[in-house]
Design a binder for this molecule. Structure first.
Ligand code: ADP
Length: 386
């Protein structure tokens, strides 16, 4: 059953800022959905509308199949956890967790049982007498979560709940929060700008940009078949390399992709060649994650580009090498940052190319991505159902 649905929801602030632009999205009962996107893309605005703190300018928020437009925030069965935890400093952990029950006039005994139960779930049962100042960041976050679920909400909204914590704590809590949410059967809408958080925690991710929902699906699907160049560049570390290619159809045989002064042939039987062929005589963007690139001898046969090592990043277990293959960089409106026109590949740490050395990069054609430079959209079959 659908617990939360946004139906063609838009939000325009009084100063004319379009924070959310015609977004439709459903969250099923017990599902953990992550809203992912850069700062300012409208994630928090969506949460506020689901919570009832903000009314959509148009469209509807639907909870459990019913339009929630006229349901006040306190009656929505929705609770929220914020980035800054928002705990009351003068109250003990027990009273912070119990606060939503006090507002709801819960009988004393039931209150204490409930607090004890959720505190135990979050492993903070022995901290009930402390005040927030006497807790670590991770413990405060657990108290904030315990408080958010103490009344048994239908839906839990989380707004960047881990971004104030250090990296080690963050990665531990990622697994813990996702595991707890699943074991408690919670329906969660979770906001983050951190793609690793999204990939590791979500049942499904929804990627936003400038208020528009650009892609949505299982984390692995979105990673492997991103709908747009922005989504492709946003997901994955290191980022996908994006370079320009000039398309030339060689009739009845293949599509030639001219990359800098070099040519890669896309064989006709490759289903995407037909879609790419529509761009005959034009430029497209070619995207390659490190998985699609292998080191090769310069000038070796097959889909190999030759270039110069520009940058090396040693990570201990692997080295990332940026290779300048003379490609034109992609720098157009649909990608936020300029892409340098270099290919980044992973190599074994014991292989040590030197700066300026000539190397070959073998492209795994099936794993390349093609994008329209005008609208940033993926070219070719999606390879998955929408
Ligand atoms: P995110 O959570 O992804 O960082 P927000 O939903 O907070 O994004 O904001 C979306 C856009 O709306 C941003 O451009 C932001 O500056 C703008 N915005 C947020 N709140 C207001 C407001 N009260 N008045 C005007 N613009 C706002």
């Amino acid at each position: 059953m659908t617990a939360v649905a946004l139906r063609e929801v838009s939000l325009v602030y009084p100063d004319g800022t379009v924070a959310v632009d015609d977004v439709s999205l459903s969250v099923r009962d017990g599902e953990f959905v992550v809203l992912l996107g850069p700062s300012g893309c409208g994630k928090s605005s969506i949460l506020r509308m689901v919570a009832g703190l903000q009314r959509p300018t148009s469209g509807h928020v639907v909870l459990d199949g019913r339009t929630a437009d006229d349901v006040p925030a306190r009656s929505r069965g929705v609770s929220m956890v914020f980035q800054d935890f928002a705990l009351y400093p003068h109250l003990t952990v027990r009273d912070n967790i119990g606060f939503p029950l006090d507002v709801g006039d819960c009988p004393r005994l039931e209150r204490d049982d409930r607090i004890g139960e959720v505190a135990k779930t979050f492993g903070i049962g022995d901290l009930l007498a402390r005040r927030p100042a006497e807790l670590s960041g991770g413990q405060r976050q657990r108290v904030a979560m315990a408080r958010a679920i103490v009344r048994g909400p239908r839906v839990l909204l989380m707004d960047e709940p881990l971004s104030n914590l250090d990296a080690v704590l963050r990665s531990g809590l990622r697994a813990e929060i996702a595991g707890l949410a699943r074991s408690l059967g919670l329906t969660v809408l979770y906001v983050t700008h951190d793609q690793i958080e999204a990939q590791t925690m979500a049942d499904r991710i929804a990627v936003l940009r400038n208020g528009v929902l650009e892609d949505e699906g299982l984390p692995d699907e979105v990673y492997r078949h991103p709908a747009t160049m922005h989504v492709a560049a946003f997901l994955g570390s290191p980022r996908m390399s994006l370079i320009k290619a000039y398309v030339q159809v060689v009739v009845d045989s293949h599509v030639a992709l001219h990359i800098g002064g070099q040519v890669i042939d896309l064989p006709w039987p490759d289903m995407r060649a037909r879609a790419v062929a529509h761009y005959d005589g034009e430029d497209i963007a070619v995207g390659a994650r490190t998985e699609a690139l292998r080191p090769a001898a310069p000038g070796s046969p097959g889909p190999v580009l030759t270039g110069l090592v520009r940058h090396l990043e040693h990570h201990g277990h692997e080295t990332l090498v940026s290779v300048d293959v003379g490609a034109w960089p992609v720098q157009q409106c649909n990608v936020d940052e300029q892409h340098t026109g270099e290919l980044v590949l992973r190599i074994r740490p014991d292989v040590r190319p030197v700066h300026g050395e000539q190397v070959g990069v073998r492209l795994c054609l099936e794993q390349l991505h093609f994008f329209d430079l005008e609208n940033g959209r993926r070219i070719g079959p999606r390879g998955r159902r929408r």
